[in-house]
Design a protein around this ligand. Structure first.
Ligand code: SF4
Length: 341
């Protein structure tokens, strides 16, 4: 056994899926959904009519099993009244792992550290996040024992240095230390236009594509709109700082897998700038901006970026118009989600 440190946002245990029609979306749409091995083994072995029903609605590709998606993008197990037929006919335990955990991402590992997250790509998570009036995000660390050998001291030390840097950044973002980078980075027309170039590269998909098109269309007037936005919406800066802290808390961990902090660091600020543009497009349309609009903006951002590995990787790149031809082709990209079975 080894000792690990687990960290979760303080609102982690408050999250509850509404599981009904009050949800503005349905997360059983639009995804390429892999089935974890334990569940696919269960489906393949299940006897009787229910077993046949399960096998009729899954498919195998490259050795893995996936849920079939209907032509309208809905999971083939989804009933007309938006309920999961596997859960109705059997039990929650027989749903694929991803269906049980989403919108959580659990057990993100770095050395002896484990992070559990909640994605703002779920509107209920976004609601929990922004309707909480506390200006600062809090995270809860606990010590646990886990299977496996103790992590070596060198890796533990590197992990603790990365986490110390990350925690300083999270604190600094919330205290306003990085306000200049958050709120003044795209002041000049030239920078805005280069951002415009960037936004065109991100892959989109309904339901967020309409909002993203509005975002693409308003880039040239974003400078003026931004001034009005921060004047008229007193909580806007606090929401942006808090969101930046949320991004930093998760994205800086990618330093380990990426082998460099450059991309993760860039992606923190770019995430906030793109989220800001989404807010501006809603503000422009409505003339006002409420916490409900902030929830919708974050949810739109989450659905477009948090669940697309292609967009996440693109956000980490340093933008350079002269290298446009080198940007990856997004035709082969897939919506993830991450899987940590
Ligand atoms: S298996 Fe059930 S919970 Fe999972 S995506 Fe399909 S309908 Fe939704």
């Amino acid at each position: 056994m080894k000792k690990i440190i687990r960290e979760r946002p303080s609102y982690y245990s408050e999250y509850k899926c509404t599981g009904d029609t009050t949800c503005i979306d349905n997360c059983c749409n639009l995804w390429v959904l892999p089935i974890d091995k334990k569940t696919s083994d269960y489906y393949l072995a299940k006897e009787g009519e229910f077993g046949e029903y399960l096998r009729k609605n899954i498919y195998e590709e490259n050795g893995g099993w996936f849920l079939k998606i209907c032509d309208n993008g809905r999971c083939s197990f989804l009933t007309d009244n938006d309920l999961c037929s596997i859960r109705l006919k059997d039990c929650e335990d027989s749903q694929p792992f991803i269906c049980k955990v989403y919108p959580r991402e659990t057990n993100i590992m770095v050395g002896n550290y484990r992070q559990d997250r909640l994605l703002i790509a779920c509107s209920e998570v976004a609601r929990l996040f922004y309707e909480d009036d506390r200006e600062r995000l809090e995270f809860i660390k606990t010590e646990e024992e886990a299977e496996g050998e103790e992590i070596d001291d060198n890796l533990k030390e590197k992990t603790s240095m990365l986490l110390a840097f990350r925690d300083g950044m999270v604190e600094g973002l919330q205290a306003g230390v990085f306000d200049k980078s958050l709120f003044e980075a795209y002041e000049s027309t030239e920078s805005l236009e280069s951002l415009f170039e960037d936004v065109n590269y991100f892959e989109g998909h309904e339901p967020t594509e309409t909002v993203m098109n509005n975002v693409r269309a308003l880039i040239k007037e974003a400078g003026e709109l931004r001034k009005q936005f921060y004047e008229k919406v007193p909580k806007a800066k606090m929401w942006m700082r808090k969101t930046a802290a949320y991004f930093a808390h998760r994205q800086l961990l990618d330093t380990v897998q990426d082998g460099s902090i450059d991309g993760p660091l860039i992606s923190v600020f770019r995430s906030v700038h793109i989220l800001e543009l989404i807010c501006l497009s809603i503000f422009k349309e409505r003339g006002v901006f409420t916490v409900e609009d902030m929830v919708m903006s974050a949810y739109t951002f989450g659905l477009t970026f948090e669940i697309s590995m292609f967009n996440i990787n693109l956000m980490k790149e340093v933008r350079n118009k002269s290298k446009d031809k080198d940007y990856p082709d997004n035709e082969n990209s897939e919506l993830r989600p991450y899987l940590y079975p």
